[in-house]
Design a protein around this ligand. Sequence first.
Ligand code: MN
Ligand code: MN
Length: 321
Amino acid sequence: MSDPFFHPVSGFDLPRFAGVPTFMRLPYVPHGHERYGDVQIGLIGVPWDSGTTNRPGPRHGPRQLRDASTMMRAQHPVNGTRPYEAANCADLGDVGPNPADIIDSMDRITAFYDQVLAAGIKPLTAGGDHLTSLPVLRSLAKVHGPMGMVHFDSHTDLFHSYFGGTMYTHGTPFRRAVEEGLLDPKRVVQIGLRGTMYDTEDRDFAAANGIRLILIEEFHARGVEDVMAEAREIAGSGKTYVSYDIDFVDPTFAPGTGTPEVGGPNSYQALQVCRELAGLDIVGADMVEVSPPFDTSGGTAFLGVSIMFEILCVMAAQAGA
Ligand code: MN
Ligand code: MN
């Protein structure tokens, strides 16, 4: 049973539209807070989209996700998990990026996560564009070595470079992560890939390095349970990262993102894949690419935090086990 200090504010006690919005209405426990060392799972905002190559906006994601997360309650509707009783969860605040300098921003993000990991906290990140994952993985790999990864996305994000040699964009983070030895490519699976292509460079890199790509045609043909059983097998029993790009979900359900691709999973399947992560040794996870300027209804952010809650339930059950 977790410490009541770490329980979120209930809608029974304070209406959801009242109060300062933290992730899931959890306590705000930044580095230096006296309870920082007692946190087991830390929700972190990375308001940064300097890696975006087309339509920007995820720098506004964490604030919108925090606001939408005031809608979330304390218990999982299907399996009954009560994550805030299974583990001490808190909002650790935002990493302050340098929006005019990508390299400096990545160093700031890695330094922030180094503090998180030094305190034994497992990070659940709200981005930010998908380049956010790279500096997070740099920190995690210092502690855990090369990790497996279950990656939900329309895109592989495995390209070599953009614009004639720019190495750090939201289309390149996992190419860099493999090159830097942060990921074990043979324990990486990418699920939901679709959309028109530049060429096959990214898929060729995956094939050459043993990364398993599950294209959307296969996802729809096999169904969530079968695909996720294979994903668990690929990631295996070792340390695993979960990266969730909201553009994995069909733009009917998640239009508020910079690079939408049609023909994707629905919002129920978007949650279901997370439930099927149970059993993995998850050392960190992220929800990226929610872009509030394109999220005119706010529904994409609500789906984003609903997915974060699903992942949090798996991480908390694992922490409490
Ligand atoms: Mn992505
Ligand atoms: Mn994507």
